[in-house]
Write a protein that binds this ligand. Structure first.
Ligand SMILES: Cc1ncc(COP(=O)(O)O)c(C=O)c1O
Length: 361
């Protein structure tokens, strides 16, 4: 196993095209409206009744109320409905950056989880359909596309990140990253400490729904159910410069704000540095520090300048790996850079930030 850097990418088709699953769930009246809208908006969307696979036709007979009743009867309510307080949303299709509900109301899609290529992209639709018609198999066989994709992903990252794993969800990607960090640490340690691992995470973070990723997701620990922060995980304050313990005064001029931001970065990084000292003073080395380059579920929090560099230095000195969770923020979603961890490169002349493991979707 190469340990100098890895990339774990969620390859479930839902990541590219989540809304595909919803296209078939609306009442007949909506269908008519939908055709009218599609033909008005896009010359590529010439769907006619015969395009709908017969296995999906039944769903067009259901109205929103029936859809909800079926859901209530057969799906667990622990998978709650978003915006339920205003009746919930029943989307029937999406195109480009828009989502359209069963009443024909159109929404700009700013928060539909991690779909990042828009809806109904003709080339993506064509590629998925074509590949489904050719072959569906697993990554243990040779196939030109999986080899090519691994190379293309690696080319998007700093040079040392050149080993790719393909998995099925962001949770699995982070789970595997934590496992790799544990194996790496064990390979470096003497027998006395082999069983012990210690991970540092940020308050409010969410990294997934498997047991291992829930352990490092304080967002879930705060919800008052069975999930608690285990002993081998340390939670440190998230580097929020607007509301946190080191919030900065925005009324200063830009150079004053920048100075304050640098100071806030130092102060927030101290939490990680001190945690590393505490852990290593007990004879345990740190296995991993997991963080998004810009925190998403926690409330869109971009770390102050110099913060990430300091945290990485402290964690690596304590024997740990930096896992950059790019599940929400990767592939250019922050606008300025391909990966959110690169956002922190801008700030000073120090070395380029290179995580040990990157997870993405
Ligand atoms: C930052 C982050 N990491 C991991 C995950 C888990 O990804 P998935 O839902 O694909 O398991 C999410 C999901 O929202 C996320 O926001």
């Amino acid at each position: 196993m190469k340990t100098d850097g890895g990339i774990i990418i969620d390859m479930s088709s839902s990541s590219i095209y989540t809304m595909l699953m919803f296209v078939g769930s609306s009442a007949a009246v909506t269908l008519a409206r939908r055709y009218a809208q599609l033909s008005r908006r896009s010359s590529t969307s010439s769907i006619v009744n015969s395009d709908i696979p017969s296995s999906l036709l039944e769903s067009y007979t259901l109205c929103s109320e029936e859809v909800e009743n079926l859901r209530t009867q057969y799906m667990s309510n622990s998978c709650s409905i978003s915006y339920k307080n205003s009746g919930g949303l029943h989307f029937t299709y999406g195109y480009k950056s828009r989502l359209v509900d069963a009443n024909g109301v159109e929404y700009l899609d700013t928060r539909n989880n991690v779909a990042h290529c828009g809806h109904g992209h003709p080339e993506i639709t064509k590629a998925i359909t074509y590949q489904m018609q050719q072959l569906q198999t697993n990554t243990r066989y040779l196939h030109q596309n999986v080899s090519l994709l691994a190379k293309k992903l690696s080319d998007l990252l700093p040079e040392s990140l050149d080993v790719v794993f393909f998995v099925n969800s962001g949770s699995e990607a982070n789970d595997l990253a934590l496992r790799l960090a544990r194996v790496y640490k064990q390979s470096k340690q003497n027998d006395n400490h082999k069983g012990k691992e210690h991970i540092i995470t940020l308050d409010h973070a969410y990294h997934g729904h498997t047991l291992a990723t829930l352990d490092v997701s304080p967002y879930k620990h705060r919800q008052g159910n069975e999930m608690v922060c285990p002993q081998h995980v340390s939670t440190v304050p998230c580097p929020d410069v607007y509301r946190g313990v080191h919030a900065i005064n925005r009324e200063l001029d830009s150079s004053g704000t920048r100075q304050q931001e640098i100071e806030a970065g130092k102060q927030y990084a101290k939490f990680v540095e001190e945690e590393c000292k505490k852990i290593t003073s007990q004879g345990i080395s740190v296995s991993a520090f997991i963080m998004e380059g810009g925190m998403s579920v926690a409330g869109v929090i971009l770390p102050p300048r110099s913060y990430l560099r300091r945290c990485i230095d402290a964690v690596q000195d304590a024997g740990g790996l930096y896992i950059a969770d790019e599940v929400q923020t990767g592939f250019g979603r922050l606008g300025k850079c391909m990966w959110a961890f690169q956002y922190s490169n801008e700030d000073d002349d120090s070395e380029e930030i290179v995580p040990d493991i990157v997870t993405g979707k």
